[in-house]
Design a protein around this ligand. Structure first.
Ligand code: GUN
Length: 287
């Protein structure tokens, strides 16, 4: 391996420490405790793990954590009523509805029912629009975490060729907007992109967010490029299951200048950014 390992786990711990300091000051100087409400519908095991982890880290940072669980067959009206109550609750500064929602619910409608200023996921259409037009927005946590790692590693990203693999509303599109905001030349590649390998080979920065295990081999990577791997894929390895990213770590690490591991790269940064967004929301709500 020749690439520098970008340690998201350590970086996330630093951010959580800064958030905790900020929370302590808000309490002392403004009698303000930032609060995050997380809503989980159903019992998807992966979602349960994420929600538990979010609640734990919220409390560890000194913030208030409110967990709301609805059964998988809850009707949409019940969820919308809960969101409305949380929108009107002054102790709640951030609201996160864990995705995916059960198929009888309209995710877009549900997300857009969250007050934009409490939308700490940054998924509301108002926040997506604000980000796309360069205005102050709640920025989705995963791309924000990726950008923080890139800025930390490179400083100035201006003029770099960035290729984002994946065009989801949660990662790909906001990631591309953020990189554009850093004055990168941005390409969004996806399942219909022609000559994908050649496109990726042009990149000084690759952000892979396609959800396909080890899709990117080392010979697609430009020597010295920075590789940010958003993928978290569980694959069967004999008797055991193993977590792998969207890039083939060993071969990419031979060629890249820097690379994030899976696990321990982007994942921990996502929750750290969620905590930071909640503090931002609390500060804005209290002038
Ligand atoms: N499910 C997987 N990732 C996320 C996320 O970042 N936010 C929410 N709300 N649900 C998710």
């Amino acid at each position: 391996m020749t690439a520098k390992l970008i340690d998201g786990k350590a970086f996330a711990a630093t951010i959580r420490g800064r958030v905790a300091d900020h929370v302590a000051r808000l309490k002392e100087e403004h009698d303000l405790t930032p609060g995050l409400a997380v809503v989980l519908v159903g019992e998807d095991p992966a979602s349960q793990v994420y929600v538990r982890s979010k609640g734990k880290q919220t409390k560890e940072a000194g913030m208030a954590s409110f967990e709301h669980k609805l059964p998988v067959d809850a009707d949409q009206e019940t969820l919308l009523k809960l969101i409305n109550d949380l929108n009107n609750d002054p102790e709640v500064h951030g609201i996160l509805v864990q995705l995916p929602l059960p198929s009888h619910m309209d995710s877009s409608l549900v997300i857009n029912a969250i007050a934009p200023e409490k939308d700490v996921d940054g998924f509301h259409v108002i926040n997506a629009g604000r980000l796309a037009t360069g205005q102050d927005a709640m920025v989705p946590c995963t791309p924000l975490g990726c950008l923080m790692m890139l800025r930390d590693h490179h400083g100035d990203l201006s003029g770099m060729n960035a290729v984002v693999l994946g065009r989801s509303n949660i990662v790909g599109k906001p990631m591309a907007q953020l990189l554009l905001g850093e004055s990168c030349t941005v390409t969004i590649a996806h399942s219909r992109t022609r000559d994908l390998a050649d496109v990726v080979r042009q990149a000084d920065v690759v952000v892979a967010a396609v959800g396909r295990p080890e899709m990117v081999p080392g010979d697609w990577i430009k020597p010295g490029a920075t590789v940010i791997d958003v993928g978290i894929n569980r694959i069967q390895d004999g008797e055991k299951t193993r977590l792998v990213g969207d890039v083939e770590f060993d071969s990419c690490a031979e060629v890249a200048g820097a690379i994030t591991p899976v696990p321990g790269g982007v994942g921990p940064m996502t929750i750290a950014c969620l905590l930071a967004n909640t503090v931002t929301a609390a500060c804005r709500a209290n002038g």
